[in-house]
Design a protein around this ligand. Structure first.
Ligand SMILES: [Cu+2]
Length: 231
């Protein structure tokens, strides 16, 4: 079920190692979140931009976000970075509130004024995940200049991504360093029943031959993501 995703993510990892010199992108700094619960499968990646310029965010929804399922009249699903990891038995409530180190609060956020948004309010800043007939959403990518990868109160590491359906938390997954040398179960600080189970498979089959070479040739991290969009 995760074959395609694992391949794609493996390509990112392999390419980012190779492109390190040009892009300053180090695989150990990339964060990822794999969501697989309640029929919702989604992958998120956060790659740091140079000079603490935020992150390039890559999102792929494999299944579950159907128009039929969507409650909101907008036909969209909100998603955020929440402060805590997923609780036992995929408990999304245990993730707490949104990542909001600046104490912005939830009230006034608009996409037109992203500085009024909580750092973790990804759909507030970039729009909701838009439901489709099939429930899968093609890969998308954007830059978010607010996301941070360090600082005890500011980093996204060790936190979680939560998808909502008109407010209700319907799926969640831990954010862990996408580093082949680290163990997701320790790095994600989550419980062993969280979606970490899939993480190991993301790291398998890294040498993907021609695709990796092609991606490497494109040079920079942004291009890596761009190439992946075409898959
Ligand atoms: Cu949320």
């Amino acid at each position: 079920m995760f074959l395609k995703s694992s391949f794609v993510l493996s390509v990112i990892a392999a390419a980012s190692y190779t492109c390190q010199a040009q892009s300053q992108l180090v695989a150990s700094q990339i964060m990822a979140s794999v969501i697989n619960m309640n029929g919702i499968e989604a992958n998120f990646m956060f790659a740091p931009l140079a000079n603490n310029g935020g992150a390039q965010v890559w999102i792929e929804v494999k299944s579950g976000l159907t128009k039929k399922f969507a409650v909101s009249p907008t036909g969209g699903f909100e998603y955020h970075i929440h402060v805590k990891p997923v609780g036992p038995n995929n408990d999304c409530v245990a993730t707490g509130g949104h990542l909001d180190p600046g104490n912005v609060g939830a009230a006034k956020c608009t996409a037109a004024k992203p500085d009024t948004c909580q750092e973790g309010d990804l759909s507030g800043k970039h729009g909701e995940l838009k439901a489709t007939e099939s429930g899968s959403i093609p890969p998308q990518s954007y830059n978010d200049k607010y996301i941070r990868f360090s600082g005890e109160t500011t980093t996204i590491a060790g936190r979680s991504v939560v998808i909502h359906n008109n407010g209700t938390r319907v799926a969640c997954g831990n954010i862990y360093p996408f580093d082949q040398s680290s163990s997701p179960s320790t790095s994600a600080k989550g419980d062993s029943s969280a979606p970490d189970g899939q993480v190991t498979s993301l790291h398998s089959g890294t040498s993907s031959g021609g695709q990796v070479v092609a991606t490497m040739a494109m040079g920079v991290a942004g291009a890596v993501f761009g190439a992946l969009m075409a898959f």
